[in-house]
Ligand binder design. Structure first.
Ligand code: TPP
Ligand code: MG
Length: 337
């Protein structure tokens, strides 16, 4: 485990990914995601960022659990609520922060912003802002791995709202028919924008939809990192062994509103508090203490070290230059008929 800032700075994204083999590092990464997301909210509130952002406080166990199981060579497709997944997979906080601030130090050089994080090195495919659009892309990445026969798999992440979009049904159907090596992970945080799931979806468990496509579907406690790891281990092994796709529905909750300007006043009284009482970081921290992996003092020191690390990352990101305007056109391709 890195003891000092200089050790942390020396860590590459792939080393950060490998570190997730250790329980304490899984805890640390969840704290890092929470802290970075809180900083991002503050940056927006201070008017330092253009565009919108969607943070994932409360959903950290899903991101870290998936990253602890996936291989760096696997392909992961996520949504605009993707900062946590990117950091879990190994992206450094300053790469995320600089991207959101539109700086060259960002993961795609500051031209993508909050909703378009990506990094080939860690297997994070371009992030989708169109609801559900990543699902057929995950199926396509899985098809590529199947054709290549390289043992790779794809992981397609999306929200509860996306499970009502046509692309969800088309993507799952084709993946099942072709027995593609893909794990579909629905992060059910109870809301699609400002609508609660019971106003938009006629069933309680989205995992049931797997049955229509002839694949296993499982409801998973998304607040419990070990449960996420267990479900992902089973589903990824199934995909790698050629047995086809799985749909995992991770029950979770976003503490913030949909996007940066949403105070989430539409939530029923008491709902947020009930979920805060099952906070994924607290649950895992308690387990580490009970299991003898750490004591409270170690966890407190670790939380403070992470707070300093994120503050430094923020300074690094803010001192990174803005890209030249020509960068906007550098990756645009035009074809002629
Ligand atoms: C095709 C499409 N329709 C509508 C929108 C507007 N929109 C953006 S986010 C969102 C809610 C999606 O909710 P969910 O899939 O549950 O993901 P969450 O934001 O909760 O992570 C909607 C409707 C969009 N971006 N794309
Ligand atoms: Mg949702």
């Amino acid at each position: 485990m890195p003891e000092s800032m200089s050790d942390l700075e020396a860590e590459t994204p792939l080393q950060r990914r490998a570190a997730l083999a250790e329980p304490l590092q899984r805890y640390r990464r969840m704290v890092e995601i929470r802290r970075t997301e809180d900083s991002i909210k503050e940056l927006f509130a201070a008017g330092l960022v253009s565009g919108s952002t969607h943070t994932c406080q409360g959903q950290e166990a899903v991101s870290v659990g998936i990253a602890a199981v996936a291989r760096p060579s696997d392909q992961l497709v996520c949504t605009y609520r993707g900062h946590g997944h990117a950091m879990a997979l190994g992206m450094r906080p300053e790469q995320v922060l600089a991207e959101i601030l539109g700086r060259t130090g960002g993961c795609v050089g500051g031209i993508g912003g909050s909703m378009h994080l990506s990094s080939r090195e860690i297997g994070l495919m371009p992030t989708m802002a169109i609801v559900g659009a990543g699902i057929p892309i995950a199926a396509g990445a899985a098809w590529a791995a199947q054709v290549a026969g390289d043992g790779g798999i794809a992981i397609g992440l999306f929200g509860d709202g996306a499970s009502n979009i046509g692309a969800f049904h088309e993507g799952l159907n084709l993946a099942a028919v072709w027995s593609l090596p893909v794990v579909f992970v629905c992060e059910n945080n109870l809301y699609g924008e400002y609508s609660r799931i019971d106003a938009t979806t006629a069933i309680d468990d989205i995992a049931r939809r797997a049955d229509s496509y002839g694949m296993p579907g499982e409801v998973v406690d998304g607040q419990d990192l070990d449960t996420v790891v267990a479900a992902m281990t089973q589903a990824t092994e199934r995909a790698r062994s050629g047995s086809g796709p799985t749909l995992l529905e991770m029950k979770t909750y976003r503490y913030s509103g949909h996007s940066r300007s949403d105070p989430a006043t539409y939530r029923p009284a008491g709902e947020l508090d009930a979920w805060l009482a099952r906070d994924p970081i607290a649950i895992y921290g308690d387990r580490l203490v009970t299991g003898g992996h750490a004591d409270e003092d170690t966890l407190e020191k670790l939380r403070q070290a992470v707070a300093e690390e994120v503050e430094t990352a923020l300074q690094t990101a803010r001192s990174s230059p803005e890209p030249d305007v020509r960068e906007m056109f550098r990756h645009v391709l035009a074809g002629t008929a």
